[in-house]
Design a protein around this ligand. Sequence first.
Ligand SMILES: [Zn+2]
Ligand SMILES: [Zn+2]
Length: 219
Amino acid sequence: MPVKICPRCGKSSADVAFIAAFCKDCYLQRQPLYTLPDVELDRCVKCGRIRLQGLWLYEQHLPEYLKGKIKSNHVIKSITTKMHVDPDSKLAHADVEIKVVAEGQAVTLNDRLDFRLIKTQCPDCGLMAGGYHEAVIQLRGNPEKIERLLPKLVRRLEARTFISKIVEHKEGPDIQVGKKRAALETLSQMKVEFSTSNKLVGEHQNKQVFRTTACVRLE
Ligand SMILES: [Zn+2]
Ligand SMILES: [Zn+2]
């Protein structure tokens, strides 16, 4: 490839990266490849999730969100982010790496997105703090098998919903689970057999509220 000389600053393509006829720096000064959006995010102080387009999600979903908001005349190949949150400040930032295709050439840029954080509590954490639970999973039977199953079950439940409390009884633990569907589906996915019963626990907005108990017997 012939050596190019930047018409603005005189640098040579033998020394620095070029985009089309200009060195990368001069090209970007003349014409930014993208504009980052102004962002203000709700963040749950309990679980650390942020609200992105109405959903409470973990930080790994931020790149996807930014990709939808960034303004550019070029093709954005990929975005990766690393968020930095100071618990005492309303301001946060993310280191952002953006891969853009400009003039047929892949360019990687490192940027910084500054944004405001609104500290709040997500609905799940709000319900959990209030002790809300739609289901109870009871583990009964062989104590050693209960001890083996409990941490695995808790981990899988917490990936889908929240656990309000674990109450230890002489016969085994009662796990108070936020969402009924998540509780039952998790047990089924783990191929754990259980029997269910429903109990009326009250009324809410003129509707009867039931709580489901799933009893797991480990022989
Ligand atoms: Zn230049
Ligand atoms: Zn939360």
